[in-house]
Design a protein around this ligand. Structure first.
Ligand code: HEC
Length: 141
């Protein structure tokens, strides 16, 4: 356990973190996952214009307008749940073209790395959180 006692370091670290642009702080993992797994349908910038998505009758959502469609508030929990697959949005049902990422990522974590299922769950939560934060950083007014 790290104990923050009597050194000036935590304050310095906090100041450095606050000085970083918000997007740079939360984006790298999320951006990487997004480009790898989501951009084929949602487009590199999340506009819903990915090459594969073009083929679907139901166009993938423009993920940059989620906040503006929700009175300017980014619907963090709802986005998390729709990626994880807990929330049954129309696009995620039996006839969905939007994969259920929670199950897929869990399976991948368990298969590729020899880790405990509980740790796999935590890894998946972190990855989904990173994705949601990245999508949040893409919001336009
Ligand atoms: C195979 C194509 C495809 C891929 C890949 C894909 N999506 Fe989607 N996604 C869709 C479609 C189709 C919709 C439904 C559009 C709608 O509901 O308006 C959708 C909807 C969504 C929504 C909105 C759900 C809601 O609340 O209405 C979110 C958020 C989302 N996708 C995130 C992601 C993320 C993050 C990834 C990558 C991990 C991803 N998608 C990968 C096709 C895809």
């Amino acid at each position: 356990m790290i104990r923050y006692v009597s050194t000036g370091l935590p304050t310095v670290a906090a100041a450095v973190l606050m000085a970083l642009p918000a997007v740079a702080q939360d984006s790298f993992l999320g951006q990487q996952e997004f480009v790898e797994r989501c951009s084929v349908c949602h487009g590199a910038e999340g506009k819903g214009d990915g090459i594969v998505g073009e083929l679907f009758a139901q166009k993938p959502k423009n993920l940059r307008v989620l906040a503006s469609e929700n009175s300017g508030v980014f619907p963090f929990a709802a986005v998390y749940e729709s990626i994880d697959g807990q929330r049954d949005v129309a696009a995620h049902g039996g006839d969905s073209q939007m994969p259920v990422w929670g199950d897929y990522l869990i399976a991948e974590a368990l298969e590729r790395r020899n880790i405990d299922p509980k740790d796999a769950q935590l890894i998946v939560e972190a990855r989904i959180l990173a994705l949601v934060q990245y999508i949040q950083s893409l919001q336009v007014n």
